[in-house]
Write a protein that binds this ligand. Sequence first.
Ligand code: SIN
Length: 513
Amino acid sequence: MNVVVVGSGIAGLTAALHASAAGLRTALVTKDALGGGCTALAQGGIAGVYGPDDSPALHAADTMTAGAGLSDAAAVGVLVQDGSTRIAELIARGVAVERDATGMLLLGREAAHSHARIVHAGGDATGAAISRALLERVREADIEVIEHALLVDLLTDGVAVHGIRMLRRDDPVDLHADAVILATGGAGQLYAHTTNPAGATGDGIAAALRAGAAVTDLEFVQFHPTVLAGGDAFLISEAVRGEGAALIDADGRRFVFDAHPDGELAPRDVVARVVARQAALQGSPVRLDATGIGAARLAGRFPTIDRVTHERGFDWGREPIPVTPAAHYLMGGVVTDLDGRTSLPGLFAAGEVARTGVHGANRLASNSLLEAAVFGARAADAVGRRRPPSVAQPVSSAAAAPPPLNDPQRSSSERGETKRAPRGAQRRVETSRPALQHLMWDRVGLLRTPDGLAEALDTIRSFRAASSAPTTRAEHEDANLLLVAEATASAALARTESVGAHHIDRHPALIGA
Ligand code: SIN
């Protein structure tokens, strides 16, 4: 049996390590250099260690509440039951988590968690610590690593998936395998403002859509409320609010309490919308006041944020800093069962690319690293239990590219349910990526209206109609973003009621913060 894992965040690295440990011949394909992607940027921690008055059941309840009733209870059950094993595994693999003087794990609390159950490493650099440790283990393992290879498409025979086509230095190369595990992350680059890195262009979701895999819940995009305003989006972790920082309006008033009794620690979607509305009302970004925490504690607990805010000219220990929301996490994605199996035989998915059902309409803070570790491991373990399909070919990175098996111009879904679409015309891509990103931000963002969504969908379809079969990496990414944008806008249009992160705004005059 051989397996190709696509993506080198926590889901992909965990899957590759489990696959290799199970004796599978394992290739790990990554778009940029190993260690790029969202995981290494994650400032929040990993939820799932339970103090004396906490339990998996309470963590499950918080997860279901955040998911606004749309989480899958079985998937949440798996998350909280497997969570501590995966966290112990991460520690055993070398992640230096924070402990108190007696050696006990230090547990933090974030918005919408009823208890302190979040483990951190390196203050606000948990993702980087996880990424570093897992990369070391991957380098030691018998895993073929292929860097700078963009996923172009899944190789299918119309029924099952038998490998991937990738673009290496602008050359298409096919890699055949008995199973493919997608761990390609999300699609934050759909939006003009995002915490995601440049590579988050929805490549795995787009490839799954083109191959005919079920994809759903794309309307549920989580916007983080506090990104440093101005310049490249830089996240100011929710943990800063967990430590006591307050969101204030132009008059210095804590305005979030007007909308929710939990104030700054209300569910993330509530805080993000209130922040956007307040900024629109006052005509300037709201501010995050962390001065009460004290400069020394801020520097010790949040070394990365402390460094970057100072580099950007803000002395956050002494003055409130301007913050604004940004696209952060995609709850929807490729539909999987509890073992990462998608609707296509041979195709598995884990991490942000997957829709396991854990997050429902809104993800609970610090559940994403946990979900990726839990379901990355389960997907690889499930591949290990499979019998090799008779048509499978050996993994090869040198195969010549046959004609496309999947049409890159296939259209997307009606409201999340994936359908194969007719072949499109072979024309050049004329849409600029910023035009799409601003359209998505304005019309398919935090605050949506039916008219705005319909207009966005029409415009995206006209962009797609004017696009051609991609050849370069940038063109493939643009095509992927357009396809995922179309699926996202149609899913958002079809869901007429507000739920979780999907918010149909009744006061459109306030949109545009
Ligand atoms: C944050 O640190 O605020 C982000 C954590 C998360 O997205 O779970």
